[in-house]
Design a protein around this ligand. Sequence first.
Ligand code: GLN
Length: 466
Amino acid sequence: MDFRTTTIRELHEQLVSGTVTPESLLTESRLVIHQRDASIHAFIEVFNDQQETVDVTAGVLAGIPMAVKDNILYKGHIASAASKILENYQASYDATVVELLQQQHAVIVGRLNMDDSAMGTSTESSYYGITRNPLDETRVPGGSSGGPAAAVAAGMVSYALGSDTGGSIRQPAACCGVVGLKPTYGSVSRNGLIAMSSSLDVIGPITNSVEDAETIFNVIGTYDPRDNTSVSYDVRKQYQTKNTNTKVIGIPRSFLEVDGLDPEVLENFNSSIRKMEVAGYTIVDIDLPNLKHSLAVYYILQPAEVSSNLARYDGVRYGLSLKGEDLIDSYKKTKTAGFGREVQRRIMLGTYVLSSGYHDEYYYKARQLRAKITEEIREVFETVDIIATPTAPNVAFPFGAKKDPISLYLEDVFTVPYNLTGNPAISIPSGTNSEGMPFGMHFTAPMFCEDKLFEVGKDFERAILE
Ligand code: GLN
C-alpha cells in the first residue's frame, strides 16, 4: 500500500471490503513518518490519541490517515501556527473543517509545519525549524504549507489540509509535485482557522490527485453560519448557472512576462498547454491589464489585515506572556520574543499603511485596485472557462537561496491574484525539469465553479501522461 498512488476512493473501497483495515493504514502512516520525517520534518507533532474503533462506513474519509496544518484548531491539541507566541496554545474547540472530518471518522495523525503565522513561501521561518522537500532534501518544500505538501509528497498521509492566503496551498503543492486546491473564498468555513488576513484566507486540501481534491472539497465545502463570510448554497448556485460548459482556456500572455520567471517554467507551461489543445481545448490569449498590480496590492492589504488580526497576541489573553516594567514594556517584550522577523515586518508595514495620513494613499488605493482586478477577472470569464498560468515562477529552490523578502514575495506572483478576487484555483503537477524538480500548472475558474476546475484538472492529468 502506498498513499502516493492510491486514491481516497480506492482506499475507501478497500476499507469497506475489508482488504485493508484502519489499523493497517495508521501503521503504514506511522511507518513512513518514522522512516522519513527525522530528516524531512513535515510534522511538528504526531498524535497518539486516534479513536480505537472506526466505522469505515461513516463516510468516504473514514479510517484514512490525514494531517492538518498547525493553524487549524483541533480541540485539546496545540495549534501554534508554527509561532513561538502560540507555542503552548491548546485549541478549546474544533475548526468546522475538523468537525466535518470527524463526522466522517477521518484519522488525524498530527499537525504539520508551516512558515511562522503562515507568512512565507519556503517554510524556512517556522519557529520549529525548516521542512525539507521530499524530492530533494537540499531544497525548500515551498510555503507556507510546506509541512502539508511534504507529508503528502512523502506518502506519510493520504492527504492534508492547508491554508492559502496568497498561494500557500498551491505553491508548496507545485514545489513538491502534488495537487493543491484553493477553494472559492466563502465556500469552506474559516471558523477555527487562526486568522491571518481574513479577507484572503481559505482552507483547502493538498492531495495526490485532482480526484482526491474533489473528494475532500465535497466534504469540507459546506455552508457554515459560524463564519459570517460563508456563502449560502442559493448564492453559490446563482454563480454556477452562469457556467458555460465549453472548453476554452485563456492565457494572460503579457502577465507571463514577469521578471524572474525561469525560462524552463515557461517552456514547460507552453508545452503542457499544447497538450490540452491536442486534448480538444481551445486556447486563446486574454488581456488582464491590472493583474500585474496584484502582488503590490496584496502586500498592502495583507499586512494591514495582519497588523489588525495579530494585535490580539498581546501577552494578556493568549500565548506567550513576558512581564516588563509596565504594560507597554510587557507588550514590547512579548511581541519581540514571540513573533518571527517576517511577522514583525508585516505588522509594521500594516500599521504604516493604515496610519492616519497614509491610509488613503496606500490602503484605500489598494482596495480600489482589488475591485478593478476582480471586475477584470469576472469579465474575462464571460469569454473563457478557465485561466491558465504556471503556479510559480520557479521550481523548489535550495535553502537560503532567497534571502531578501522581496524575492520570496515574487514566488506568489501567479497565485496571489485569485486570493484578491476570491476565485477557486488549483495547482497540478506538470512534469519535472532536468533535475527532477516538479513544475505546477495553475488553473482558475469562475466563482464557485470548483466543478470546472476538477473537470479540466482531470483532463490535464490525462493529457500530461500521454
Ligand atoms: N507567501 C505569501 C505570504 O507570505 C502567502 C502566504 C499564504 O498564503 N499563507 O504572505
